[in-house]
Design a protein around this ligand. Sequence first.
Ligand SMILES: NC(=O)c1ccc[n+]([C@@H]2O[C@H](COP(=O)([O-])OP(=O)(O)OC[C@H]3O[C@@H](n4cnc5c(N)ncnc54)[C@H](OP(=O)(O)O)[C@@H]3O)[C@@H](O)[C@H]2O)c1
Length: 210
Amino acid sequence: MSTIPREEIFITTKVWNSEQGYEKTLSAIKQSLNKLQTGYVDLYLIHWPVSNLRNDTWKALEKIYKEGQARSIGVSNFTIQHLKELLGTTEITPVLNQFELSPFLYQKDLIDYCQNKSIVVEAYSGLTKGRKFKNSVLQEIGEKHNKNPAHILIRWGLQHNFVQIPKSGKKKHLAENIDVFNFTLDGADMKLLDNLNEDFRMIDDPHKMK
Ligand SMILES: NC(=O)c1ccc[n+]([C@@H]2O[C@H](COP(=O)([O-])OP(=O)(O)OC[C@H]3O[C@@H](n4cnc5c(N)ncnc54)[C@H](OP(=O)(O)O)[C@@H]3O)[C@@H](O)[C@H]2O)c1
């Protein structure tokens, strides 16, 4: 059992695709709260924009938010089309959209759309699961600032105002990944990184979800 007070921990969880729909989502949040042994989560997301179910799922999230089981509600893997459809029917705008995002998958239109609607952009797989760590531009910018490729990727996202959720199962990497507040990428670095886009995806493309 953790001794850290609940209010000092930010918990995000999602409604899984097989649990989508109004009634099923209302049951899913109860199960999550039971498993987490908490009365509320800080952020509850729709995992994927499942066809025919996503709008009813969102209605359930609005109820969950109003009843205080989630302090905020958002979506994940929503494209501009999915967001436009949702915003046409919602009472509450999603606070955040979590999607795959790195310099190698720089989804500028989606970012602009979200930021214009005040929807926070949260980047997943922002470290490219380590697959692009050997990229020469990342290496050179890293050497210039005496930082590693993970630092450069995290910092790039922070300077674009994205929430970064780098994942690691290693204490050393967790400690390393927070060490990004003592340097700044300059305009030239940011430009080089912005130009690395090659639509590099590791996870399914949500544009295929109608
Ligand atoms: N919404 C969605 O559909 C969705 C999809 C995918 C992922 N996500 C979420 O996004 C978050 C992160 O994404 P991700 O796991 O796909 O990828 P990621 O953060 O891009 O990469 C994680 C990998 O990078 C390694 N790593 C981390 N820090 C490192 C460092 N300083 N040096 C070297 N290697 C390092 C980790 O290995 P070690 O463990 O060895 O450090 C791990 O293999 C997770 O919370 C995940 O749940 C969401």
